[in-house]
Design a protein around this ligand. Structure first.
Ligand code: SF4
Length: 326
């Protein structure tokens, strides 16, 4: 790891002002950033620690939702009784991520901003357009078992690694930010993460000098919530495919459905056509297949990850059968 200057921010304006300067990185839990620094994928000249900012509360909103401070730790969010009662998919998604030690450190804002786990991104001897724009993509013809099948480009096939963000996408969360002038912005989570296109190094719609202050959840939608994660081992592994599902059904008839997927794309993947096709449908194999067809439209494997296409279909079937059986 290279030497760097360490500073502590006491206000969000101070942190936002510092974040504009080249070479400055904001640190909160540091569970991803410190790994990147050890591998010299990130070599900041200054780290600005925001852990003392007052952004660690979970509060009720007047609209009946929750406002989650950017510094709320993943383990505290998962354990909050309001989250467990009303946003079960979010609680389960959080608990399926990383390890207990990492969840104790990782923050809500940092979880949204974590970088891909593409092997080549972490290996500075390999070409990677995300790490070094214009250098190429070693994953295209390389070992791409964990890579994307949807929304890919010729420049990058990486996935977003967050479980939390997938559940937040199904819940229609909003990301709140502030800049150095104190100007606040509310970004729907659907617009927060980007597809790679020909600029895979730009991963979010966050502007220079903007700091995430909170994530707001609206009132929970009706229906049963689940989060199912398929991975190579039972813990401490990223999703090959994950599904956050919120399905309102009775006696085998689906009234409404929300479905968001992880492990498939550069951002949490949600296809409203799939949800529309399930609305007012009988919960059976035919309906599940129609929804899966909509989710997988345009899916493309790159050799090592071809299995994700049938795996996504089977996982969706299993989840929908589960939540509609009552
Ligand atoms: Fe880099 Fe993206 Fe290619 Fe991975 S998939 S090597 S992150 S450009």
């Amino acid at each position: 790891m290279r030497s760097f200057v360490y500073q502590r921010a006491t206000t969000t304006a101070q942190a936002a002002t510092a974040a504009i300067k080249p070479g400055v990185k904001i640190i909160a839990g540091g569970t991803n950033l410190l790994d990147l620094m050890k591998l010299q994928v990130e070599t900041p000249s200054t780290l600005v620690d925001i852990n003392r900012l007052p952004l660690d509360k979970i509060e009720e909103t007047p609209e009946g939702g929750l406002r989650i401070g950017a510094l709320v730790r993943n383990s505290d969010l998962a354990a909050d009784f309001r989250v467990r009662q009303r946003y079960g998919a979010l609680s389960r998604a959080l608990l399926s991520g990383a390890s207990a030690q990492l969840r104790n450190k990782a923050t809500t804002g940092g979880n949204l901003l974590q970088r891909t786990r593409c092997y080549y991104f972490y290996d500075v001897t390999k070409p990677c357009n995300k790490r070094n724009p214009g250098s190429g993509c070693a994953a295209l013809a390389g070992f791409n078992r964990i890579h994307a099948i949807l929304g890919t480009s010729n420049d990058c096939i990486a996935t977003h690694p967050s479980d939390m963000a997938v559940a937040m996408r199904a819940l229609d969360a909003t990301v709140e930010t502030v800049n150095r002038d104190g100007k606040a912005r509310a970004i729907p989570i659907a617009e927060f993460h980007r597809l790679p296109g020909n600029t895979p190094e730009i991963e979010t719609s966050l502007r220079s000098g903007e700091i995430i202050t909170a994530v707001t959840l609206p009132q929970p939608p009706p229906g049963m919530q689940v989060y199912r994660k398929v991975r190579d081992r039972a813990s401490y592994a990223f999703a090959l495919v994950s599904v956050a599902a919120i399905v309102d059904s009775t006696r085998g008839r689906i009234r409404s459905a929300r479905l968001a997927f992880g492990g498939l794309a550069h951002k949490p993947w949600r296809i409203t056509q799939a949800e529309q096709r399930l609305t007012n449908a009988t919960a059976d194999t035919r309906a599940f297949n129609v929804a899966a067809d909509a989710v997988l439209e345009g899916a493309r494997g790159f050799g090592g990850n071809d299995f994700k296409i049938p795996l996504t279909r089977r996982t969706l079937h299993a989840v929908l059968a589960d939540v509609t059986k009552a």
